[in-house]
Unconditional design. Structure first.
Length: 134
């Protein structure tokens, strides 16, 4: 098993939720990355998935917060200021790290991620507590 440390401080702010300082604090996220071939049972594989999903949720929450900053800083934020070229570049860069998913599947995933972030930013701007279905 290897650990990968993601330095969230490098991108400005935020941290794993549940840690001191909350999601707005700077921090690092250390993610256990077991090799798939080392997982021999369903329970082991599901435990690995649960750990990955917890990290993924933390990253998604932090990504949404950072994307919300962009919405406030851009001349035209929100869905009206959507930037398809930027989104394509994001997917192309991510595809380098996800060869088995590839750009088409990643584009579908990132479209959902980006839209959820824009919805959350709009809800926050409206002072609403209704964050994407909660
Ligand atoms: C965050 C931005 O606004 C929108 C959201 C994006 C995202 O969540 O990554 C990317 C492009 C825009 O559609 C931006 O323009 O960078």
């Amino acid at each position: 098993m290897t650990d990968q440390t993601i330095d969230t401080a490098a991108s400005g702010e935020a941290a794993p939720s549940g840690e001191a300082g909350g999601p707005a604090a700077a921090g690092r996220l250390t993610v256990p990355l077991p090799r798939p071939r080392d997982l021999a049972t369903v329970d082991d594989a599901r435990a690995a998935i649960d750990g990955i999903d917890a990290a993924l949720a933390t990253l998604l929450e932090h990504r949404a917060a950072v994307a919300g900053v962009v919405q406030r800083l851009k001349p035209v934020g929100g869905f009206a200021g959507r930037d398809p070229d930027r989104e394509r570049r994001i997917v192309a860069a991510m595809a380098e790290h996800a060869p088995s998913l590839g750009p088409e599947r990643l584009a579908r995933i990132m479209n959902a991620v980006i839209e959820a972030g824009l919805e959350a930013a709009a809800a926050a701007a409206a002072g609403s507590d209704d964050r994407a279905g909660r």
